[in-house]
Design a protein around this ligand. Structure first.
Ligand code: PEP
Ligand code: MN
Length: 342
């Protein structure tokens, strides 16, 4: 719509889109309101819309994903979390914690360590979708209770994974962010359930997914009405065995050009090796990531999963000092934890 178009003009456009048999999604922006059209499976004849009062232009979205694209919404999406934490604005959010929740004491130790160093979100899996059925599968629902307690005691927000549609219902009671793992990026019933859950979703790139496939999976979440989606680059399968994965940092600027959604990076799974996590976390922030997810364990040598890529507490504290400086150089800031009790 034109700058200054009236509410009545916007509503007229909405009405005509509905008469044409589609759904209309008005999106007020800082400069002007856009009205999105969904429900078509081909090019729409826009002649009825172009001439309506207040309409500036009709833009046909050329990408296979729609609501996720910058054509649909030019302004960055800022995901707002409790306590004023944002992902996708100027702040860079650090999500840290163990791969898996292993016990109450392990989790609370990890939470205190990462909070003290400056993380704002605690990660930790209750349900682990690991490649082998004989690997640790997570503590399940009891771990969700431990996460809730850690949130209460430290004020950290919680990011934890749901691996099936039923699990979304349990995870949503505790999590501030529902994580969808790489192995589940194209689990469409899970995506639909998470899209309806009413909480922000962290969607990790599949192990062999293209960027277009990642964005199409995100489209499932937006199509269910969830706008609060954070994408995550976590490395793809490469040909070299010296790292666990090929950490595709170029995906960050590519996604930022194509989509308004925030994108963070996970150098822990991206490299799989503790001493490679630190330089690649620095690089991810320099490349413009809206956050980083880092595995940190109070005692990595005893971790039940992903110990070899988990940072020792002092390494994480050092990394936090470094990334504060890097963020500042590119005009950003590492999000600070709120004072406890605030
Ligand atoms: C995890 O975050 O611990 C995890 C299993 O990640 P991914 O889905 O990226 O492998
Ligand atoms: Mn892990």
């Amino acid at each position: 719509m034109r700058h200054g178009a009236t509410e009545a003009e916007v509503q007229r456009v909405v009405g005509v889109i509905r008469e044409m048999g589609y759904q209309a999604r008005p999106m007020p922006g800082t400069q002007r309101t856009a009205v999105g059209l969904v429900g078509n499976d081909g090019r729409v004849d826009a002649s009825r819309l172009e001439g309506l009062p207040g309409v500036q232009e009709v833009i046909h979205v050329s990408r296979p994903y729609k609501q996720v694209s910058r054509e649909w919404k030019p302004e960055n999406t800022v995901v707002r979390l409790p306590g004023g934490v944002t992902v996708g604005g100027t702040d860079v959010a650090v999500i840290a914690g163990p791969c898996s929740v292993e016990s109450g004491s392990q989790l609370i130790d990890a939470a205190r360590i990462v909070r003290e160093a400056g993380a704002v979100i605690l990660r930790g899996g209750a349900f682990k979708p690991l490649t082998s059925p004989y690997s640790f599968q997570g503590l399940g629902r009891p771990a969700l209770k431990l996460l809730a307690r850690a949130r209460e005691e430290t004020g950290l927000l919680i990011c934890t994974e749901a691996i099936d549609p039923d699990g979304v219902g349990w995870v949503v009671e505790v999590a501030d962010i529902i994580q969808i793992g790489a192995r589940n990026m194209q689990n469409f019933s899970l995506l639909r359930a998470a899209g309806r859950a009413g909480k922000p979703v962290l969607l990790k790139r599949g192990i062999s997914a293209t960027i277009t496939e990642l964005l199409l999976s995100a489209e499932y979440l937006l199509a269910e009405g969830n706008q609060d989606v954070i994408l995550c680059e976590r490395g793809v399968r490469g040909f070299d065995t010296l790292t666990r994965n090929l950490f595709d940092l170029s995906a960050i600027p590519v996604v930022q050009k194509l989509s308004h959604l925030p994108i963070i990076a996970d150098p822990s799974h991206g490299t799989g090796l503790r001493d490679k996590v630190i330089p690649m976390a620095r690089a991810a922030i320099a490349a413009g990531a809206d956050g980083v997810m880092i595995e940190v364990h109070p005692n990595p040598d005893e971790a039940k999963s992903d110990g070899s890529q988990s940072l020792f507490p002092d390494q994480f504290a050092q990394l936090m000092r470094e990334v504060r400086v890097i963020a500042e150089v590119i005009g950003r800031r590492i999000a600070e934890p709120a004072p406890v009790g605030a």
